[in-house]
Design a protein around this ligand. Sequence first.
Ligand code: CP
Length: 310
Amino acid sequence: HKHLIDITEYSEEDIKLILETAKAFSEVNERAIKKVPTLKGKTIVNMFNEPSTRTRSSFELAEKRLSADSLNFGGSSTSTVKGESLVDTVETLNAYKIDCIVVRDKHAGAPYIVTQNSPASVICAGDGKHNHPTQALLDLYTIWEHKGDFHGLKVAVVGDIAHSRVCGSLIPALKIMGCETYAVAPGTLLPPAPEVLGCDHVTSDLDSVLPELDVVYMLRVQQERLEGAPFPTIREYHKLFGLTKDREKLMKPDAIICHPGPINRGVEFDSYMADHPQRSVILEQVYAGICVRMAILYLLLGGADNGLAS
Ligand code: CP
């Protein structure tokens, strides 16, 4: 592969290679001197046209720890505010002979457009409500660390699935790895045709499925993407879909709680569950982000005999 845009272009073997490579890079992140010369001489542009904390900071750190030269670029500080198009912006970056562009954009499909207008490798870092493949890979890494094997694992995504680019990549990725998947949401927060998600189960009754689940993946209600008043209201949502101390009684003793961040405390879960020392793996997901992004950059840019480059 040259790009990472669509996780469905990756096989189970490709994904296992990324996870195993990420595991090897986690050793670098534990050292006193957290740096290897692997991508010395490569130039990577982080083009973030939408806000980000985790994805942007972990890509920047991953690039630094691999000794790449990186350029942080995008949003309202660029000439796009003067009307310059995405294609003209990319043509300008191409003139610097760059090797890779990491793209976050509010428009679904923007990373694909970049692939059509640049010789560089392109990595999708989240595009609109569409895809977020590096998030899916760091989620798989975290689940793998806790559960060891994916086959038959019961994983639910809970909440605002309609607006979730995380689901756009995570649900297919879980299916590729052999998990049994559940979509749990009020009808108003499901996509118009939920079957397109490819989930094995779609339900609005969290309590009925909670006792079966190995992984409960909570999503943020994306109030910035909701048009008009949300239904259910936030208070109703928390009552029906919020993971609370009371609901924990329904969970398997070893079930874990994931969330892509940023979290809305008091909405998708209470602080007791968000910070649960045994169950919540949210900060482990953040750590996995740097290991997995190092692995992806290495495998896409590191050389021809690495198994992923073609
Ligand atoms: N999970 C995630 O993509 O977070 P950021 O928007 O902060 O990068």
